[in-house]
Design a protein around this ligand. Structure first.
Ligand code: PMP
Length: 366
């Protein structure tokens, strides 16, 4: 069996050693004679695994004590609803709800904006659409509000490959970040955020699990209509096991957290990730046949979209790259072109192989 280099945007590559460990203990988890999928989540074996996974998240990200680490279902998309449901009631003015600030940088922030509108007043304070997602407006140009329930943004837009190179400063206004495609790619200061959330299937593990890191005071006042399972409180009070959690995703994500620690943690990942991305952008910029449209300061470390000078060769590019063992390079249908997602689990050798293929392809068809 040969393993391909997988550039899928999500569900994405998982470290091979993690898959091997899962395979080795699949039939018999910790001498129980059953797999981790077949045991109760209330038993000591699963509880210990879950607690360790949380501890590893805390260690990797230096999560302060007054933040809760929650393991939720429903994907990052459910957080588009959970964030407004839990946060609109927290900060009020004269008993009235405050609007929420949203920064629109692409497809995923737009979806978050549309969902939040169901629950409160939403103000888009900055918009990358006029630049055709080539850049993000500078903070000095944002139409900020004097007070807001929270400020939501998408640090990395997975489809457009547009990334904030910095953490916005909104003062006292709680910052909420959809980190689905950038979490664990480098160290970050959790204390600058009110809520961080990320679907697992890109830089964490299998789909079915969403990691939420929430400052304790922001869980206290969900809107009254908020269903029990959509309240952060419910997860915090029940160790994320109010109902049956996605046990296999949780377990496998736990193995990935251990793998990240073994790589040297997020400082080490940042060095590798930056090098991987730089290599690929440098190649694209140096080659007339390929273009990445994002301005250098806003380029994503994780998702690298690119187009071919000759659009009619796209199908061929995809066919031949697949034959060369380079999988899932098709861009998202909304923007077209190609996209290489180069998350933590995509080794540097994959980037080298991709560049070699791109060079050869251009030499033959440019
Ligand atoms: N936000 C971002 C930035 C994403 O990339 C995605 C998925 N590609 C989502 C949200 C939606 O995630 P899910 O499918 O887990 O709901």
């Amino acid at each position: 069996m040969t393993r391909v280099y997988n550039f899928c945007a999500g569900p994405a590559a998982i470290p091979e050693s993690v898959l091997q460990q899962a395979q080795a203990e699949l039939l018999d988890y910790q001498g129980m004679g059953a797999s981790v999928m077949e045991i109760t989540h209330r038993g000591p074996e699963f509880m210990a695994m879950a607690a360790q996974a949380e501890q590893d998240v805390r260690d990797l990200l230096n999560v302060p004590d007054h933040y809760r680490v929650l393991f939720v279902q429903g994907g990052a998309s459910l957080q588009f609803s959970m964030v407004p449901l839990n946060l609109f009631g927290v900060r009020t003015l004269n008993g009235k709800a405050l609007p929420a600030e949203y920064i629109n940088t692409g497809v995923w922030s737009e979806k978050a904006i549309e969902e939040a509108k169901r629950f409160g007043d939403v103000q888009v304070i900055a918009d990358a659409t006029p630049s055709h997602w080539r850049s993000i407006p500078e903070p000095s140009a944002w139409q900020i509000l004097p007070q807001a329930a929270y400020c939501h943004y998408t640090p990395n837009e997975t489809i457009q490959g547009l990334e904030f190179g910095y953490i916005p400063d909104r003062g006292d206004i709680p910052l909420v970040a959809d980190m689905s495609s950038t979490i664990f790619s480098r160290p970050m200061d959790v204390s600058k955020f009110g809520v961080i959330y990320a679907g697992a299937q890109k830089n964490i593990g299998p789909s079915g699990l969403t990691l939420v890191i929430v400052r304790e005071d922001l869980m206290a006042k969900p809107l009254t209509q908020t269903p029990q399972l959509l309240r952060y409180q419910t997860y915090a009070e029940h160790d994320s096991m109010f109902n049956t959690p996605p046990t296999f995703s949780w377990y496998l994500s736990g193995l990935v957290f251990k793998w990240l620690k073994a790589q040297g943690g997020l400082e080490a990942m940042a060095v590798i990730n930056q090098r991987k991305a730089q290599k690929l952008y440098q190649f694209i910029d140096g080659h007339d046949f390929y273009t990445n449209h994002v301005e250098a300061a806003y380029r994503s470390w994780m998702n690298v979209p690119f187009t071919l000078a000759d659009e009619s060769k796209e199908k061929l590019f995809l066919q031949e790259s697949q034959q060369a063992g380079l999988l899932n390079l098709k861009g998202h249908r909304i923007v077209g072109g190609m996209r290489a997602s180069i998350y933590n689990a995509v080794p540097e050798a994959a980037i080298d192989a991709l560049i070699a293929f791109m060079q050869d392809f251009a030499a033959r068809y440019a």
